[in-house]
Ligand binder design. Sequence first.
Ligand code: ZN
Length: 89
Amino acid sequence: MKLKFKCSKCGSEALEEILVDVVSVTEIIGMEEDCIWPLYGDQQSEGGHVERYQCSGCGLAIRDGDDLVIGDEDLYDWLKDHGMLGDSK
Ligand SMILES: [Zn+2]
């Protein structure tokens, strides 16, 4: 399904998920020549949970009344209720 998110505040059409308590694991594959910076390889993240969904433009959190919308199901319902889910086009 196509996302038709539109922020009520700034009009941005980009929606983002904010994850917290994530463990990020990055492989160090070498060091830059003549300096202190590592060269990084693959990165993986583990764990974490959704703190909120928000507009990517202005950071406005997605709320249902006063409550933050949290979780896949609630987000789906919220988008559906607000007419922001379209047919696959
Ligand atoms: Zn916005």
